[in-house]
Write a protein that binds this ligand. Structure first.
Ligand code: ATP
Ligand code: MG
Length: 464
């Protein structure tokens, strides 16, 4: 493929290089499917030329406004762009873009490890260009800006978040000068569109150990400018020598624990937000010490506003996060020995198919430093899992559908849609969850007639 690009470039008499992430990942032995090609000249023209060579095989998308073109080539996504430089104004991250030399283009990149380029030109095919000692920094596992970091970060504040993202994703450290510059420029993250901030944030969330990135976000002062609720979790209060744990660090531990168990972004979000309402529910009492009463309830209410502010999707993924936040204390309650079957049924009913995810979150929520305690809690949850399994096998509550519909009730008493119908439906559900009647149509019908009569309804002639 690179040979073909090389050939096409030489026909057009332009210089061409593979650059950036793909070259970096080659050194890091990471698999990467997106390839950036920089052309000293017209990138779109080169991409179109390639497309014409294989009209049916590849899909080409041209973004004239950005001067870029994207070619789908088997599993590869190749982006072609002309070498360029950007100049920035204070108040916006939308730059003025001009054509430039390769050297200028390279110097405008975010980190030295992303400045590496490999020539695809006939006279120097395969030669590495490493102007800013990127290979050395890859080996040292350090993120450093090619230019003065204050300029790099202030020009495009998203780069600060990219620094944290790469640190978390690759387990690299951020060079001290760059780190200080991030702290100085942190507030400028506010001019970046939230969607782009979240692209980077979610890459942090998906990294092997998200706490690396999240700690950096807080320590650099970036976090409070776009996600104040999370920033606020940090800190310890102490009254009469009694302190509570730092909820930020606890949350990160839960998130790391969970990340060992699941790669799913949204369960990780549930872990991130499970204690989000602790600062707002915090109370101190001389007798009982610190409490965070109702934090799961308030927390689940906060999810929507947070998702809205962060421009995350307001769809079933959000509902899933809300549900796990709301229910995250319930399995603990079930681990107490004298728990009733009806409490187990209720949890199965409310969690539905997410019950296994909820259990996973709860197990990740064990962050005690005492291994004996951890063992004990895990064992308790093992008991809860058994109880859940036993009751589910018996009562089939997990995907519970009412055995009797509203229509059934209406025709049984010959009434139209009304308050009574709703009351009877609810009474049937409660009776089943409480174990007063079996989860069967026969029992539910009998119960329905009793309830209806209590409400003063009479059976329809033809009902049985
Ligand atoms: P990945 O694709 O693994 O997320 P990447 O480094 O390839 O990481 P891309 O967003 O694909 O990141 O960008 C490709 C290259 O473009 C980068 O390697 C870097 O050289 C440059 N780049 C991307 N975004 C910026 C930016 N905001 N400022 C400066 N250079 C950037
Ligand atoms: Mg890339």
């Amino acid at each position: 493929m690179f040979e073909i690009i090389s050939e096409a470039a030489s026909e057009l008499n332009v210089k061409v290089y593979v650059i950036g992430g793909w070259v970096r990942d080659l050194f890091l032995k990471r698999d990467s499917k997106d390839i950036d090609i920089v052309v000293v000249g017209n990138g779109i023209q080169l991409a179109e030329n390639l497309k014409n060579k294989f009209p049916s095989k590849h899909k080409l998308s041209v973004f004239k406004n950005f001067g870029t073109a994207m070619l789908k080539w088997d599993e590869w996504e190749i982006e072609f762009v002309g070498a360029r430089k950007e100049s920035y104004r204070q108040e916006s991250r939308k730059p003025i873009v001009e054509n430039a030399s390769l050297e200028e283009d390279i110097s405008r990149r975010d980190f030295t490890i992303n400045t590496l380029a490999i020539s695809l030109n006939k006279d120097s095919y395969g030669k590495l260009l490493d102007v800013y000692c990127g290979v050395e920094d890859i080996n040292k596992k350090v993120l450093k800006t090619p230019l003065d970091p204050d300029i790099t970060f202030s020009d495009d504040p998203l780069r600060m978040l990219r620094a944290v993202r790469f640190a978390s994703q690759l387990s690299f450290s951020i060079d001290n000068k760059s780190l200080k510059a991030i702290k100085r420029n942190a507030e400028r993250i506010k001019i970046v569109a939230m969607e782009r901030v979240m692209d980077e944030f979610n890459k942090i969330m998906l990294s092997e150990k998200p706490s690396i990135g999240l700690k950096l976000l807080r320590n650099t002062g970036l976090l409070k400018h776009f996600f104040p609720e999370l920033d606020k979790l940090h800190g310890i209060d102490s009254v009469n020598g009694k302190a509570h744990k730092d909820n930020f660090l606890h949350t990160l531990k839960v998130l790391d624990n969970l990340s060992e168990l699941s790669d799913d972004l949204w369960i990780r979000w549930a872990a991130l937000l499970h204690d989000i309402a602790k600062p707002d529910t915090k109370k101190f009492d001389n007798e009982v010490g610190w409490s965070f009463h109702g934090h799961e309830y308030l927390g689940h209410l906060m999810v929507e506003k947070i998702f809205r502010n962060l421009k995350l999707p307001l769809n079933e993924k959000m509902k899933y996060v809300q549900k796990l936040v709301l229910l995250h204390l319930r399995p603990i309650a079930l681990s107490e020995s004298d728990v009733t079957d009806s409490a187990v049924r209720r949890l199965l009913f409310e969690a539905g198919d997410d019950i296994d995810d909820l259990m996973m979150l709860c197990e990740a929520d064990i962050t005690s430093a005492n291994p004996l305690k951890v063992k004990k809690y895990l064992k308790n949850f093992e008991q809860v899992r058994l109880k859940l399994k036993e009751i589910e096998e018996k009562d089939k509550i997990r995907n519970w559908q009412p055995p009797i519909s509203g229509e059934d009730i209406m025709s049984a008493f010959n009434v139209g849609p009304s308050r009574e119908v709703g009351m009877i439906k609810k009474a049937i559900r409660e009776a089943i969850l409480d174990g007063k009647i079996l989860n069967s149509r026969k029992d539910a019908l009998e119960f329905m007639f009793q309830e209806g009569e209590k409400l003063g309804l009479t059976r329809a002639e033809n009902s049985h």
